[in-house]
Design a protein around this ligand. Structure first.
Ligand code: GDP
Length: 400
C-alpha cells in the first residue's frame, strides 16, 4: 500500500518521513506519538515578584484557577521576611510553573544579585506586581531584567479595591476615567524612573475576566516564542469566550497528527467503529480537550470554589457525555455508537473539508477520516460545554 499521503502530511515532522521512506508505518506512528507527548512537556516558567502583600500569591492562585483556601494554593496574607522562593505548578499542567519570588525590598539585595539568586535564566518572563505606584526597586529590577534580555510585565493589583473606593468617593464616577488615571499614574512613575513605554496591566485577581488581564494574556501570547504559546494558552483559566475559541483552534490544529497517527497504526481499510482505529490516541486527545477546557472533575471542583457556584449546578449545564467523566476507550466507543450516522459525523465540518486536501487513498482514509471526524465532533461538544460552564460560573444564562 502506498505511504504517499502520510508522507505528504508528515514531512514537517522529523523522523516520520524517514520511517515512512522505509515503509515502517509503526515507526512513523511511534514518532507521531512521541511528538504528541513531547508537546505536552514544554516547560513554561513564570516569575512573579513584588513586595510582601502586593498580591503575588493571590495572582498565582487565580492564574492557576485555584481558590486561596485550596490546599494547593499559594498561602496568602503572609508577611515575607526571607529570601524564600516557592514554585507552584499548574494543577493540570505540571510543566507550567509559577514562581513566587520575594520582593526585592524584602531581600535587600541589589537587582543584579537578586536576579542571580533567583536563577533568572530559567524564566520565560517576569511579572512585577504592586498594589500601589511602582517604586524605585521595581524600576531597578525591571532595568536589570531588561539587561538580561528577559521580558517583564507590570501588574497593578487589587484594582477592584480602587474601583470600589472611587465609586464611593466620586459623584461623577466613570470606570474608564478612573482606570485611565491609575494606569497613567503607574506609567508616569515608571517612565520617570527610566523605563521606556512600560507595559502596565490593571488586574483584580478576584475577577480575572475584568480590567486588563485579558489584555495581558494577549500580550503574553504575542510575545512568547511560538513553541511555548500552547502551554500558556491551555493553562489559562477560561476568562472569556475568546480564550475558549483559541483553545479550540489550537486543539483543532493538532487533530491531523492524531488522525495520521491513527491511519499509520491502522494502515488497512477498517469498517466504521472497528477497533482498528487507534483508540488510545483518541483517549489521549479527548482527555487533553477535557482538561484544557477545564471540564475534568478536579477542574470543575476548583471552578466551583473560585466562582462560588455549587459543583452540581456547573455539571447541570454539561451536555456532552464526555465532560466530568474519566475518558476511557469504552466511553469513547459508547459515545461514538450514538453517532454512527454519517449525517451526525459530517456535522464535524472541519474534518470533512480537510480530508480531500490530502486526498488519502481509500485504504487509509477510512481510519484517518474516522479519527478526524470523531475528534472534531468531540472537540465541538467539549468546547460548547466549556462555554456553557463559563457562562454559568459568571451567573449568565448558559443557553444564550
Ligand atoms: P503576597 O504577599 O504578595 O503574596 O500577597 P497576597 O496574595 O498574600 O495578598 C495580600 C492581601 O491582598 C490578601 O489579603 C489578599 O486577599 C489581598 N489581595 C490580593 N489580590 C487582591 C485583589 O486582586 N483584590 C483584592 N481586593 N484583594 C487582593
Amino acid at each position: 500500500m502506498s505511504t504517499y499521503p502520510l508522507y505528504c502530511v508528515c514531512k514537517e515532522l522529523p523522523g516520520v518521513k524517514e520511517a515512512l521512506e522505509k515503509n515502517d508505518q509503526a515507526g512513523a506512528a511511534e514518532k507521531i506519538q512521541e511528538y504528541l507527548e513531547k508537546k505536552d512537556k514544554i516547560p513554561l516558567n513564570i516569575g512573579i515578584t513584588g513586595e510582601s502583600g502586593a498580591g503575588k500569591s493571590t495572582f498565582i492562585n487565580a492564574f492557576r484557577g485555584v481558590d486561596n483556601r485550596d490546599e494547593q494554593a499559594a498561602p496568602t496574607g503572609i508577611v515575607e521576611t526571607t529570601m524564600e522562593i516557592t514554585q507552584y505548578p499548574h494543577p493540570n499542567y505540571p510543566n507550567v510553573l509559577f514562581w513566587d519570588l520575594p520582593g526585592i525590598g524584602t531581600t535587600n539585595f541589589p537587582a543584579d544579585e537578586y536576579l542571580k539568586l533567583v536563577e533568572f535564566e530559567k524564566f520565560d518572563f517576569f511579572v512585577i506586581i504592586s498594589d500601589t505606584r511602582f517604586r524605585e526597586n521595581d524600576v531597578k529590577l525591571a532595568q536589570e531584567i531588561q539587561k538580561m534580555e528577559k521580558k517583564f510585565y507590570f501588574v497593578r493589583s487589587k484594582i477592584d479595591n480602587d474601583v470600589n473606593a472611587e465609586k464611593r468617593s466620586q459623584r461623577d464616577f466613570s470606570l474608564e476615567g478612573s482606570l485611565g488615571k491609575i494606569k497613567e499614574n503607574c506609567i508616569e512613575g515608571l517612565e520617570t524612573g527610566g523605563i521606556k513605554s512600560p507595559k502596565v496591566f490593571l488586574v483584580s485577581s478576584f475577577d480575572l475576566h475584568l480590567y486588563d488581564f485579558p489584555c495581558l494574556q494577549k500580550t503574553l501570547e504575542k510575545e512568547l516564542p511560538a513553541h511555548k504559546r500552547d502551554a500558556l494558552l491551555f493553562s489559562m483559566p477560561n476568562i472569556n469566550m475568546e480564550i475558549i475559541n483559541k483553545k479550540k483552534e489550537a486543539f483543532q490544529a493538532q487533530i491531523k497528527w492524531y488522525s495520521v497517527g491513527s491511519a499509520a497504526v491502522a494502515g488497512v481499510p477498517i469498517p466504521w467503529l472497528s477497533v482498528g482505529v487507534d483508540l488510545t490516541l483518541m483517549v489521549k486527545a479527548v482527555t487533553d480537550y477535557e482538561v484544557g477546557f477545564g471540564l475534568n472533575e478536579s477542574s470543575l471542583e476548583r471552578l466551583s470554589s473560585t466562582a462560588g457556584v455549587p459543583y452540581d449546578e456547573l455539571c447541570a449545564v454539561l451536555q456532552s457525555p464526555l465532560a466530568a467523566e474519566k475518558i476511557t476507550t469504552d466511553l469513547i466507543l459508547k459515545v461514538l455508537s450514538h453517532f454512527t450516522g454519517t449525517t451526525a459525523l459530517m456535522a464535524a465540518e472541519e474534518g470533512s473539508r480537510f480530508i480531500p486536501i490530502f486526498g488519502l487513498p481509500v485504504a487509509m482514509s477510512l481510519s484517518f477520516a474516522t479519527t478526524y471526524r470523531a475528534l472534531s465532533l468531540f472537540l465541538n461538544m467539549l468546547a460548547d460545554d466549556a462555554q456553557r460552564v463559563f457562562k454559568k460560573a459568571l451567573g449568565l444564562n448558559p443557553s444564550v
